[in-house]
Design a binder for this molecule. Structure first.
Ligand code: MSP
Length: 626
C-alpha cells in the first residue's frame, strides 16, 4: 500500500467534438473510485478532470453546427458535467483548456522551453491524422492508413515549430527503467521501451493560424498556435496550480497518477515526460493505461453506431450497478466486452443474489425476532470467529488491491467474503436458532450484519449511494474498517429492495430489438425534402477556408448561392455547367459569413468525394428529383 499521504489523480481531458460515451464514463468512474478510496484512507486527495477544447476537430465540429468554436465548447461542456453528476463523480476541479488560467500556463511553459533552446523552426512533412491530432511517419502507417482510425492520410508539408524531443530520449529510457511504477501495466511499459529503441523524432508543436486558428497563440510567434498535445497535456499541471500556487502544486504533483486509455499512451508516456524534462518539472509518479470497452469484440465507434450511452443505462438500472459493472468487469490494463447480457448476469448474481439478499435476510430476521433492534454480539463461537477473521483478512487484502489499482480483484474478494457470510447464514440457520436459543440467534445475526457492514464499506468507493443505504438500514452504522462497529441496540431502518432482480430475457430482447427502428422514415418524411436539379454558373474559392467553395447556381428560373465543402476535391473551373442535385428547401445558413441557400448532394468515402450529377445532360435545371 502506498504510504504517501497526498494523492492526485487525473483523467484525460475529453474532446468536446463528441457526446460523452461509455469510454469517457469509464475512466472518470475509475478515477472517482480511486479518489474516494484514498479519501477514505485518510489521504489528502485531489481529483482533476476536464475538457480538451482546442484543435481542428473542435473547429470542424463547430463549423458543422454553424457556431463559433467557443460557443460549441460552451454548449458541450454541460453535457459532460451532467453526466458526471449522474454518475456521482466527486471531482475536485474541472478544467477547460480555453480558461485563461490554462492558457497562461501553456504560454509560460512554451516560453521557458523556447528560451532554453529546445524549440526550433523548420519545414516539416508528415502524414497528418485529424482524428489523432498528430503527424505519423510513413513507417507508422498501416497500409497508408492511420493505425487508430484506419483512414487514409495525406502527406502535408509546412513550416512549423518543433520541440527537441529527441534530446531527452536516453533520459526517458533511464527514468522508465529506474521507476517500475512510472508506466503501468508492465506490458505497456515494455511497449514504450520497445518504441524507444528506435531514434525518437522531434515533435511538431505548432500550427499556422491560417490552417488552424482555434488554439493557444505561441508567445514567440503570433502567426502560430500551439499544437494540441502541447496544450492539452499541460492541463495536468494547471489544475493543481502550477505557477500560481507553487506550494499546493508541489503537494499534489509529488504523487500524481494519470489514468488514460491505451490509445493515448504514446503521447503521455513519451511526449509528456520529455516536455516536463525540458521545462525542469518532475515527472508524474504513474501513468496507467487501461484497455478499451468493446462491443461484441469490435471497437465502439460512432461510425459503427455501437456506442453505449451511459445516461440510458443509469436511467434504467441506477448509477451504482453501472459503476459496479464497469469496475468489476474490466481487468485494468486489458480490453473488456460490454454486453447487456453480461451486465444483467453480473447484476443478478453479485448484487441481487449475494449482496442484496444478505441485507434483506439480516434486516428481516432482526425485524421479526428482535423488534428491529440489533442484538448483542455475545461470545463468538468458532464459526462466528471465522467470519470475523475472514472480514479482517478481506479488509487488509482489499485495501492493498485497490491501492495497487487492482479494483476488479478487490471487488471479487469482497464478494467472496459476502458469499462466505451467506453460507454461514445457511449453516447457522438463525431463523431456526431463535426458536430454541434467542441469544445464539442474535449472535449469528449480529455477526452476519457486521460482515455485511464491512463489505458495504469495502464497496463504498465503487457504489457510494447504495452502500450508504446499507449502513443506514443497519441502524446508521459507522464506516470504520474494523470489526465491531455495528451498534447493538440500534434500530434497523426500513429499506426498499437494494438490488431488485432484472429479467434477463426481457432486457436482452429489448437491447437487441430496439422498439423504434432507427433510420426508417415514412414516404411523407422523405417527401418533405425538396431535391432539384441545378446548374453551376460560377464557382470560386472562399478566402481563408481551404475546404469551401462558393457556387452560384441556377434552379430553373431562380438564381441561388450555396457554400459547399468540396474545395479539396474539385477545382472551381471543373464545376461550371455541371448539372447537380441540390436540397432546395433547407433553411439558409451562414457559413464563414457567407450565405448558403441550399445543399448539394455528394457521395463521400474517406478521402474520396464525388458529386451526384445527372446522366442526361439534356435535362433542364429546376426539376424535382425523387
Ligand atoms: N483529448 C484527448 C486526451 C488529452 S489528455 C491530455 C482525448 N480525448 S478523447 O475524448 O478522445 O478520449 C479520452 C479517453 O477516452 C481516452 O483515454 C480513450 O482511451 C478513452 N476511450 C474512448 N473510447 C473508449 C472505449 N470504448 N473504452 C474505454 N476507453 C475509451 O483522447
Amino acid at each position: 500500500m502506498s504510504d504517501k499521504t497526498n494523492y492526485y489523480v487525473t483523467t484525460p481531458i475529453y474532446y468536446v467534438n463528441d457526446k460523452p460515451h461509455i469510454g469517457h464514463a469509464y475512466t472518470t468512474i475509475l478515477a472517482d473510485v480511486l479518489a474516494r478510496f484514498h479519501r477514505a484512507e485518510g489521504h489528502s486527495t485531489f481529483f482533476l478532470t476536464g475538457l480538451d477544447e482546442h484543435g481542428q476537430k473542435v473547429q470542424q465540429a463547430a463549423e458543422k453546427r454553424n457556431v463559433s468554436p467557443q460557443e460549441h465548447c460552451d454548449d458541450m461542456a454541460p453535457r459532460f458535467l451532467e453526466l458526471w453528476e449522474k454518475l456521482h463523480i466527486r471531482y475536485d476541479d474541472f478544467i477547460r483548456t480555453t480558461e485563461p488560467r490554462h492558457e497562461n500556463v501553456v504560454q509560460n511553459i512554451l516560453q521557458k522551453v523556447f528560451d532554453s533552446g529546445d524549440i526550433y523552426f523548420d519545414e516539416y512533412g508528415g502524414y497528418y491524422c485529424v482524428g489523432c491530432e498528430r503527424f505519423y511517419t510513413k513507417k507508422e502507417l498501416e497500409d497508408g492508413k492511420c493505425p487508430q482510425h484506419q483512414k487514409e492520410l495525406q502527406y502535408i508539408t509546412e513550416k512549423n515549430y518543433f520541440f527537441k524531443m529527441s534530446k531527452y530520449q536516453q533520459q526517458l529510457i533511464d527514468h522508465v527503467k529506474k521507476n517500475p511504477e512510472f508506466l503501468r501495466p508492465q506490458h505497456r511499459k515494455n511497449e514504450i521501451l520497445g518504441f524507444l529503441r528506435q531514434p525518437l523524432e522531434d515533435l511538431c508543436i505548432s500550427r499556422p493560424k491560417s490552417r488552424l486558428s482555434w488554439g493557444i497563440e505561441l508567445p514567440f510567434d503570433k502567426d502560430y498556435v500551439t499544437y494540441v498535445w502541447f496544450d492539452a497535456l499541460l492541463n495536468y499541471i494547471t489544475g493543481p496550480g502550477f505557477g500560481v500556487d507553487n506550494k499546493t502544486f508541489t503537494k499534489w504533483w509529488s504523487n500524481c497518477v494519470h489514468l488514460i486509455g491505451k490509445d493515448i499512451l504514446m503521447t503521455h508516456a513519451v511526449y509528456w515526460p520529455t516536455m516536463l524534462m525540458s521545462a525542469g518539472i518532475d515527472l508524474p509518479q504513474t501513468i496507467f493505461a487501461h484497455g478499451w470497452w468493446l462491443m461484441g469484440e469490435s471497437k465502439m465507434s460512432k461510425s459503427l453506431g455501437n456506442i453505449v450511452n451511459p445516461l440510458e443505462l443509469i436511467d434504467r438500472f441506477g448509477v451504482d450497478p453501472v459503476r459496479y459493472y464497469l469496475m468489476r468487469e474490466m481487468v485494468l490494463g486489458q480490453d473488456a466486452n460490454f454486453t447487456m447480457e453480461s451486465f444483467v448476469r453480473r447484476y443478478n448474481s453479485d448484487l441481487a443474489n449475494d449482496f442484496g439478499n444478505l441485507l434483506s435476510r439480516v434486516s428481516t430476521l432482526i425485524g421479526k425476532n428482535f423488534e428491529g433492534i440489533i442484538p448483542a454480539p455475545g461470545d463468538l463461537t468458532v464459526a462466528d470467529s471465522a467470519i470475523r477473521v475472514g472480514a479482517e483478512a478481506t479488509i487488509t487484502l482489499v485495501r492493498q488491491l485497490i491501492s495497487d489499482m487492482r479494483i476488479n480483484e478487490g471487488i471479487e474478494e469482497t464478494l467472496q467474503f459476502i458469499r462466505s457470510v451467506n453460507r454461514y447464514m445457511e449453516q447457522q440457520a438463525p431463523w431456526k436458532l431463535v426458536k430454541t436459543d434467542l441469544k445464539a440467534g442474535g449472535r449469528v445475526l449480529y455477526t452476519a450484519g457486521e460482515g455485511l457492514r464491512v463489505a458495504a464499506v469495502l464497496l463504498s468507493a465503487v457504489m457510494p449511494s447504495r452502500t450508504k443505504s446499507v449502513l443506514k438500514t443497519l441502524g446508521n452504522a459507522g464506516s470504520a474498517l474494523k470489526w465491531g462497529e455495528l451498534k447493538a441496540g440500534a434500530e434497523i431502518k426500513r429499506h426498499s429492495p437494494l438490488f431488485p432482480r432484472i429479467d434477463l430475457e426481457k432486457e436482452v430482447k429489448t437491447a437487441s430489438k430496439p422498439e423504434k427502428p432507427i433510420n426508417v422514415i415514412t414516404y411523407d418524411d422523405f417527401d418533405k425534402v425538396e431535391l432539384k436539379t441545378a446548374k453551376v454558373i460560377k464557382a470560386e474559392k472562399v478566402e481563408g477556408a481551404d475546404k469551401l467553395l462558393k457556387l452560384q447556381i441556377e434552379v430553373g428560373t431562380e438564381k441561388r448561392q450555396i457554400v459547399a465543402g468540396i474545395a479539396e476535391f474539385y477545382q472551381p473551373d471543373e464545376l461550371i455547367n455541371k448539372l447537380i442535385v441540390v436540397v432546395t428547401n433547407l433553411k439558409p445558413a451562414t457559413i464563414r459569413g457567407i450565405e448558403s441557400n441550399g445543399m448539394l448532394l455528394a457521395a463521400k468515402k474517406g478521402k474520396a468525394l464525388t458529386l451526384i450529377t445527372l446522366e442526361s445532360k439534356d435535362l433542364p435545371s429546376g426539376i424535382r428529383v425523387f
